[in-house]
Design a protein around this ligand. Structure first.
Ligand code: GAP
Length: 441
C-alpha cells in the first residue's frame, strides 16, 4: 500500500488533502491523473449501468435533503457505531474492532463505557443555527432515488422491472477513517436502485451480483483478487433482507477491514432492500408510492435490489491491481497496466529531438489531431527513457515518438506500454491505428 500511496503522490494521482496545512485526517485530493482515472471509471460504470441497458435511467439528486428523509430511512435511529475512548491516550475505537478486549489496543489503558455515535454529518441551512434549521449531509445517494420514485413513474412512464442510477458524494463521520482512500469521511458512491416485483427479487439479486462482479473483471481486475461474500444475518443493514459483497484483496499493511479479517474488504455491496424504503417514505411523507400494474390491475410496493459501490474504493482497487515492478535491463520498471478505458492518458506524444523545430511542430500537430478523439499529452521535458518511465507509471497504453526520420518518411514510432514493442506507423494512419487499438474515447 505504501508503494501505491507514494506513486499516487509522485505522479499526480492523489495528494493528501490540505497538504500545506499538515493535512486533514484522511482527506484526499485527486490530482490531474487521479481525476482522469476517476472520471473514466465513472464513465465506464454509467455506460454499463445506464446507456447499455434499456431498463435503467440516470439521475442526480441534491445532497441536502429534508431531514424527514433520514427519519423515514432509519438513519436517524439506526445509522450509528458503538465507540469507546481510551482514558489514557484519548484515542477512539469502534467496539466491533476491539474483538472483546476491554483494554486500549494502543496503550492498554482503560476504556470508557460504549456510547452510540451517529455517523451522519450535521449542518445548518440559513443564517440561524437552531434545531429547526438542522440538516444532514447524505450518508448514501440511494435516498434521492427512493424519494423520486413517484416523479420518475409519472414523467418517464416506466414499467417494472426498472432501475435508477446515480453517482455522487456521500458523507459519514467515520470513527476510524484510514487505509488511504478506502475509508474516508467524504467519498463518492455509484448506486443503482432496481425496482422489481417482490416475486422476482431473489432472481434479480443473483443477476445483479453476477453483472457487477463481471464489470470489475472485464475492466481488468484479476480473478484471484476478487470474490463474492454473502452477509450473515447479524451483519445485514437494518433495511436489508440479503446482501452479497464483492470484495477485493486490498494490499493493506494492517489487519484489514473485512468482517472476516485479512485484506479482503468490501468494494461493493448488492442488497435486497425489500419494500422497506418505499413503505417508510410513503408512511412518513403521506404520499402514495405504490406501483400500479396495468396488466394485473394490482397495486403493490416493489422490492428494491441495490448494487452500491464506492468510486474511491474502486479507484484504489484498480490502481492496486494494475501496479507491478519489473526488472528491465538491470533497472526497475514501475508499471501501471490499467485497462485502456481507465488509463488517464491514452497516448503520449514525445519528440526525440527538441532542438529541431520541425520535429517539435510535427509532434504538436499530431498531438492536436489525435486530441480530437483521445486524451493525449505532449511531453518534451526529459530524455526519452525518462519520458517512457513517466508514462509507464501513469499507465499510458501508447507512446508515439517523432524523430528525424519522421520528417523524411512521414512515419512515427508507436511503443506499446505492456509489451514495450515498437512499430513504425505512417502518420496518415495513426488516427485509424489508435481507433482500432483503443476504440472510440
Ligand atoms: N446505499 C447502501 C450503502 O450505502 P454501504 O455498504 O454503506 O451501502 C456502499 O456503502 C459502498 O460505499 C461501499 O461498498 C463502499 O464501496 C462505499 N463506502 C462506504 N463507506 C465508505 C467510506 N467511509 N469511505 C469510502 N467508501 C465508502
Amino acid at each position: 500500500m505504501d508503494k501505491i500511496v507514494a506513486l499516487c503522490k509522485r505522479r499526480g494521482f492523489i495528494f493528501p488533502g490540505s497538504d500545506i496545512y499538515g493535512g486533514l485526517s484522511n482527506t484526499w485530493d485527486y490530482g490531474p491523473y487521479g481525476v482522469e482515472l476517476k472520471n473514466n471509471l465513472k464513465r465506464s460504470w454509467w455506460k454499463a449501468s445506464v446507456h447499455n441497458r434499456d431498463d435503467v435511467l440516470g439521475m442526480d439528486a441534491a445532497i441536502l435533503m429534508n431531514p424527514e428523509v433520514w427519519k423515514a430511512s432509519g438513519h436517524l435511529e439506526n445509522f450509528y457505531d458503538l465507540k469507546v475512548d481510551c482514558k489514557s491516550c484519548k484515542k477512539r475505537f469502534k467496539v466491533v474492532d476491539l474483538k472483546e478486549s476491554n483494554k486500549c489496543p494502543e496503550c492498554s489503558g482503560d476504556l470508557t463505557e460504549p456510547r452510540q455515535f451517529n455517523l451522519m454529518f450535521k449542518t445548518h441551512q440559513g443564517a440561524v443555527e437552531e434545531e429547526a434549521s438542522l440538516l444532514y449531509l447524505r450518508p448514501e445517494t440511494a435516498q434521492g432515488m427512493f424519494v423520486n420514485f413517484g416523479n420518475i413513474i409519472d414523467s418517464c412512464h416506466l414499467k417494472l422491472p426498472f432501475g435508477l442510477a446515480q453517482i455522487g458524494k456521500a458523507f459519514r463521520n467515520e470513527i476510524t477513517p484510514g487505509n488511504f482512500t478506502f475509508r474516508t469521511r467524504e467519498f463518492e458512491q455509484m448506486e443503482i436502485e432496481y425496482f422489481v416485483h417482490p416475486d422476482e427479487a431473489d432472481k434479480k439479486l443473483e443477476e445483479w451480483i453476477e453483472e457487477r462482479y463481471n464489470w470489475y473483471i472485464n475492466l481488468g481486475i484479476k480473478n484471484e483478487n476478487l470474490r463474492k461474500r454473502e452477509h450473515s444475518n447479524d451483519e445485514l443493514a437494518h433495511y436489508a433482507r440479503a446482501c452479497t459483497d464483492i470484495e477485493y484483496k486490498f494490499p493493506f499493511s494492517s489487519a484489514g477491514e473485512s468482517a472476516c479479517g485479512g485484506a479482503w474488504s468490501e468494494l461493493e455491496g448488492i442488497a435486497n432492500r425489500t419494500d422497506f424504503d418505499l413503505k417508510q417514505h410513503a408512511k412518513i411523507s403521506g404520499k402514495d408510492l405504490e406501483y400500479f400494474d396495468a396488466e394485473s390491475k394490482q397495486r403493490f410496493y416493489p422490492y428494491i435490489i441495490e448494487p452500491s459501490g464506492g468510486v474511491d474504493r474502486a479507484v484504489l482497487a484498480f490502481l492496486s491491481d494494475a501496479y507491478s515492478e519489473q526488472e528491465v535491463r538491470g533497472r526497475k520498471r514501475v508499471l501501471l497496466s490499467l485497462h485502456k478505458d481507465l488509463a488517464p492518458v491514452k497516448i503520449a506524444i514525445l519528440p526525440l529531438l527538441t532542438k529541431r523545430a520541425e520535429i517539435v511542430k510535427l509532434a504538436k500537430d499530431i498531438c492536436g489531431n489525435l486530441k480530437k478523439q483521445f486524451y493525449c499529452v505532449y511531453d518534451d521535458t526529459a530524455a526519452i527513457g525518462k519520458l517512457y518511465r513517466r508514462q509507464d507509471e501513469i499507465g499510458t497504453p501508447y507512446c508515439l515518438t517523432v524523430d528525424v526520420q519522421s520528417l523524411e518518411d512521414k512515419q512515427v514510432t508507436v511503443r506499446s506500454r505492456d509489451s514495450m514493442q515498437q512499430e513504425r506507423i505512417s502518420i496518415d494512419q495513426v488516427a485509424a491505428y489508435f481507433r482500432d487499438k483503443l476504440g472510440q474515447d
